[in-house]
Design a protein around this ligand. Structure first.
Ligand SMILES: [Zn+2]
Length: 498
């Protein structure tokens, strides 16, 4: 297998990996069918049944919580949903979860990460995702410094990790989707960008991405409007969504993009005065002219644009609402903590990120806070007009995957977005945006059994998104109140460490 060469460091750690798989208990999908069962008279044994609970299937645009009698899972898929009060009997099952008064939702989908595995076997990414209810990740720019330093080819690197993450016979972590290296214009300077100057070059690169098995395409800000439109046409022809940066939201929408990443394209579009070309920092958001917002909001909503503001990444280190969270990260780096085995260099990156604003003077901080306030106002307007805001974190380099998703939810709630629409931005909408909604994003019969069960209602208070009782991936329980075996060491010392 040609990939084994590229991924040698990973497979050298497979012994450790195999050990914890072997230690994990009770895989329901491994149960044999009962001997001699008569299929016509006796329904096949289910793999897993969730009894009770309130279902938030995320199918509707408004909250639609429904008590259920059971959610039935077979072969890693949702086989059926039995409504509360129904006369339909709950099938016999190899394994049962009593959801009690809990809330049953689709697993969370972080649609903007930069996968940096930290350890060759990516165990921290799996553990943090399993712990925080994230069942799907979408990488939008592979390997960064790692590939620059090692000389590994970025697209091959991420593809090998995608295979490693996704093809385990027994699910042990989130699905990883990917875009491959970003497309920039002929003058682009990103070290891992693909500099393309005409339709043929773009078509050839997209063909190579299709051959690689990508799930989307990423573009850079420096990709000019005409080439951006070509990327859109060629990507649409290949059934691939396009994500990434742009200089200007209007220009991006005109080129056919359905995705805006970060808030600077919005700020550039509705700035007071000349936007110039340096609007890629939160320090410019205070220049947003909110009188111009309604027209842009209308255009974005009418064109079905998904907005990914990356609140934590751009504003989290100076935002009041996350002021207590630096200490949470630092604690999680200590012995027994969820991220304790991260390499020191990567911990230092997170530590440095949290103190980015430490030496700012009062004027600079005030401008940033003014910018954040305008961003929040814009997001509320957009959401109330029907706009789809994604809870996608930009985690990976110096922001922690896992807990970052819940922080993003909190910052969006602080902006005034309703809890239910925040939940849509972490479940159904990212699945739609990435064209994965046939298999994930909602809880419906036939879909993959990627499920979280919370102890309290997140549609009433988004803070309840962290009240996680069970995390289920393709029908396998990866987190439960009484079994930490698949949340690998060191956190297995205690289920309640965090
Ligand atoms: Zn990013």
């Amino acid at each position: 297998m040609k990939k084994s060469r590229r991924l040698a460091p990973v497979f050298s750690l497979l012994g450790v990996f195999a050990l914890f798989v072997a230690c994990a208990t009770g895989d329901p999908s491994r149960q044999p069918a009962p001997a001699g069962a008569a299929p016509a008279a006796t329904p096949a044994l289910a793999d897993l049944v969730i009894t009770g609970g309130v279902l938030l299937d995320m199918v509707a645009d408004d909250p639609d919580p429904r008590p259920v009698k059971a959610v039935v899972i077979r072969d890693g898929r949702i086989d059926g949903i039995i409504a509360a009060g129904s006369a339909t009997p709950v099938p016999q099952s190899a394994s049962t979860i009593d959801a009690g008064a809990g809330y049953i939702l689709p697993g969370f989908f972080d649609a903007h990460v930069h996968f940096r595995p930290w350890l060759p076997d990516a165990s921290i990414w799996k553990r943090a995702s399993n712990y925080y209810g994230i069942t799907t990740l979408f990488d939008t720019g592979p390997c960064g410094e790692h590939c620059t330093e090692t000389g590994q080819e970025a697209n091959e690197w991420i593809e090998a990790y995608k295979e490693f993450m996704n093809t385990s016979a027994v699910p042990d972590g989130p699905t990883l989707y990917m875009t491959g290296r970003r497309i920039q214009g002929p003058d682009g300077t990103h070290p891992l960008g693909e500099s393309l100057g005409n339709r043929d070059a773009i078509a050839n690169y997209l063909d190579s991405l299709v051959a690689l098995g990508v799930d989307g395409v990423k573009v850079e800000s420096v990709l000019a409007a005409d080439l951006r439109a070509v990327v859109m046409e060629e990507a649409n022809a290949r059934g691939l969504p396009v994500v990434g940066h742009s200089r200007d939201a209007r220009e991006s929408i005109d080129a056919g993009m359905k995705f805006i990443e970060h808030m600077w394209p919005v700020t550039s579009s509705i700035a007071a005065g000349d936007p110039g070309d340096k609007f890629n920092s939160p320090q410019h958001d205070h220049l947003m002219d909110l009188d111009k917002a309604p027209e842009l909001v209308r255009s974005m909503v009418d064109n079905g644009v998904y907005l990914n503001p990356t609140m934590v990444g751009r504003y989290g280190y100076f935002a009041d609402s996350l002021r207590d969270q630096a200490a949470v990260d630092f604690q999680s780096f200590e012995f027994g903590g969820l991220y304790s085995d991260m390499p020191e260099r990567d911990k230092d990156g997170v530590r440095a990120w949290w103190v980015r604003a430490a030496d700012w003077d009062a004027k600079r901080l005030a401008l940033h806070e003014q910018g954040l306030s305008k961003v929040e106002t814009f997001l509320k307007l957009f959401s109330e007009a029907g706009g789809k805001v994604l809870v996608a974190t930009d985690s990976g380099e110096d922001k922690l995957v896992g807990i970052g998703l819940h922080r993003e939810m909190k910052m969006l709630a602080d902006a005034g977005i309703t809890p239910y629409r925040i939940l849509l931005g972490a479940t159904r909408w990212p699945a739609e945006m990435t064209y994965k909604d046939e298999s994930i994003g909602t809880i419906e019969a036939g879909k993959q059994a990627d499920i979280v069960i919370l102890g309290s209602n997140p549609a009433a208070d988004i803070g309840n998104s962290q009240d996680i009782r069970y995390v289920i991936k393709r029908g396998r329980v990866l987190r439960s109140p009484d079994d930490c075996s698949v949340i690998t060491p060191p956190v297995s010392l205690s289920c309640e460490a965090y």
